[in-house]
Every structure is written in C-alpha cells, then in structure tokens.
Design a binder for this molecule. Structure first.
Ligand SMILES: C[S@@+](CC[C@H](N)C(=O)[O-])C[C@H]1O[C@@H](n2cnc3c(N)ncnc32)[C@H](O)[C@@H]1O
Length: 349
C-alpha cells in the first residue's frame, strides 16, 4: 500500500507551518487527496517531492506563478529529471551569486582603500557591468551540436569516424595516453573530475583501476548512456563554465574531445573555473583539437579542402600558446604532446 501522510506530519517533516502548506494548496500548487468520509487531507510521496520543489524554488526567490509553470512542465518527468532540474537551477544560482559576491568584495576594498573625494560612481558601474557580462557569458553557452541527440550513436560514430578530418582515428590512443599521464603523476588517492564525460569511455579506465572519479557533462542523454554502460560511475549534470563543485575539490581534472566546444572567451572562464575547483598543486590534462598557434593554423589550413576547413570552423580549436598564457596567470605551467595533425594532449601543473 502507498504510504500516506497527514498535513501535520508533512509540516513536521519540512519544519514549516501547516498554514504554509494550506497556502500552497490554495494557490493550486499542491492538491492533496481528501478522504470522502472526513475530508482530511492526505499527502503521498509525489506530494512530498512536489512540496520539496516548491520550498526550494521559493528559497531562490521564484514567484508562485513561475513555480506553477515549472511544476506543470515537470509533471510528466521522472524523479531523476525532476531533481536534475533542481540541481541545475541551484548550481546556476550559486554561480550567479558568487560572481556578484566577488564584485562586491572589489567594491568594498576600493571604498576602504580610498580617502576623501572618492567618486565611487564610475568604478561601481564598471564593476557591475563586468559582473553582469561574466554572468551573461556563463549563462549564454548553448549546445549547438545537439549532444543529446548524438548520445546513443556516439560510440559507433567514433569508430566509423565519418568526418572530413578523421579526428577520431587516434581516439583510443588519446584516451589511453591521458590515463597514463595521470598514472605517471603518481598521486595516491586522487580525486578526479572529468569534464564532458560523454559516454564514459575515458572515465571507465579510471573506474576500472579504482580511482575516485566524477564525470560531469551538460548533456543528460550522454550521462544516461554513460550510466547505462558503467553503473558504478558517478555522473552529474554540469558545464565547463559553471562547474557544480566547491573550490579546491579535486586533485586532477581531465577532459577529452570536449574543450573545443568553447570559444576563446569561454575558454578563459572555463580555465578560471578549473583552477577554482582544483586543489593547490593540482593538475589538468586535456586531450583535444588544437593548433600550436594561429600561425601554425594558417599553415595547416592551406593544405585543406573547403569541407575540411568548414568542419574546423564549426568548432573552436584551441591555440596552445594562448592556453599557455592563460594558465600562466594562475602560475601553472603547460606542456604538450602532439598526437596527430589536430589532436594534442596538454598537461597543466
Ligand atoms: C565529442 S563528445 C566527447 C565525449 C568524451 N569526452 C569522449 O572523449 O568520448 C563532447 C562531450 O562534451 C560535452 N560538452 C560539450 N560542451 C560542454 C560544456 N560546455 N560543458 C560540459 N560538457 C560539455 C558534450 O555534451 C559531449 O558529451
């Protein structure tokens, strides 16, 4: 039999008043069952999940109407989708507020440092403008490549490697090399984060060798394929630009074939994010499509067909010299290995 709860039990569970629950009921957000004989409200498991969502959405300031809409759209979804939606919403909010907090810190420092006649207006506007810009970039990244649609056939497609540039011809070698580079770091009990984990091919190497690894990806379908293949793999929704973890959480960050979905600006923010969640003395190892510099790109493009150039321009190959400069801002050194014409592995420490 399904478990049922009274309004007082539910109120106690969430540490709220029964009036609050009645209010959400009046607003049409909750519709408890009423028993015919005594008209008492009874709540079931779904009502509990619904109420948990309402309280969470209220805590981040959403209006009753907005919540009503979210819940209506979520009705057909399973619990995982439902909680993944909340995970994303909460993480987005944490990132938004962190950017604002950082800018407030700068403003406050400026006020403390300045003496008489200090005109805060211009500085303040500049700082607010910068923090809005950063939040916009973080929130505007979109999956233009439809990875959700690609997830089920991804592994087969990698094997077929039908593209113009044959970028997957050394796929297995690249994944294995990233694994071996991590092994060589010889860090016992390392906590590893893989970004853009996809269908889990790289992560599985670490899983099989008892590493503690979490894979994040912006594509729910990729995560669901990864989870089907490797039930023990820990996966979460997450993006390069808004890594859903606290500062200094990981010893090593790895990624393959994912970084080139960020443009130059976005790459700088992603680097800042990786450094943020990396512990002191942590390492980043990325296998991806790159050129050594803009000059070397020009030389390579000269020998390519228009179709091949179009394939490159559909994505954002990195320039290793620019990545080196960017990582050096955080006192990190970059070394690289060339795998083939387009694929490189960079190690940052
Ligand atoms: C070409 S697949 C590579 C998958 C896997 N790393 C591999 O080597 O087979 C690119 C993956 O990166 C993910 N991805 C792309 N941009 C991302 C971003 N900004 N944040 C998180 N994941 C991203 C995609 O969803 C996709 O799963």
């Amino acid at each position: 039999m399904r478990e049922e709860y009274t309004i007082s039990q539910i109120a106690e569970m969430f540490n709220i008043t029964t009036n609050k629950i009645r209010f959400y009921e009046k607003k049409g957000l909750l519709v408890p069952i009423r028993q015919n004989d005594n008209k008492y409200r009874k709540f079931n498991e779904e009502d509990i999940v619904r109420l948990q969502s309402i309280l969470l959405y209220r805590s981040i300031g959403l209006s009753i109407d907005v919540i009503k809409n979210i819940l209506k759209n979520n009705e057909k979804e399973n619990y995982l989708t439902h909680f993944n939606n909340q995970w994303k919403l909460v993480n987005d909010e944490i990132h938004r507020l962190n950017v604002i907090r950082k800018s407030l810190e700068v403003v406050i420092d400026k006020i403390y440092e300045e003496t008489e006649d200090y005109k805060i207006k211009d500085d303040l506007l500049e700082i607010i403008k910068e923090s809005n810009k950063l939040n916009n970039i973080k929130n505007e990244w979109k999956d233009k490549w439809n990875f959700n649609g690609w997830a089920k056939s991804y592994d087969d497609d990698v094997k077929k490697d039908n593209g113009e540039l044959k970028i997957y011809k050394n796929y297995e070698l690249i994944l294995q090399s990233v694994y071996e580079l991590v092994e060589k770091l010889d860090r016992k009990n390392s906590k590893i984060l893989e970004i853009g984990v996809g269908t889990g091919n790289l992560a599985s190497k670490f899983l099989n060798n008892n590493y503690e690894i979490i894979g994040i990806d912006q594509s729910r379908e990729m995560l669901s394929v990864a989870k089907e293949k490797y039930p023990k793999l820990k996966v979460r929704l997450g993006e390069f630009l808004k890594i859903p973890y606290d500062n200094k959480s990981f010893d090593i960050i790895i990624s393959t074939y994912a970084f080139h979905h960020l443009n130059e600006n976005e790459k700088c923010i992603a680097i800042q994010e990786m450094i943020r969640v990396l512990k002191d003395n942590g390492a980043v190892i990325i296998g991806d499509l790159m050129f050594e510099s803009k000059d070397s790109e020009e030389k390579i493009l000269k020998d390519l067909s228009q179709e091949q150039i179009d394939e490159i321009k559909d994505e954002y190959y990195s320039y290793i010299n620019l990545l080196r400069d960017e990582f050096s801002k955080y006192n990190k050194k970059l070394e690289y290995t060339r795998i083939d014409k387009f694929n490189y592995i960079i190690k940052i420490q």
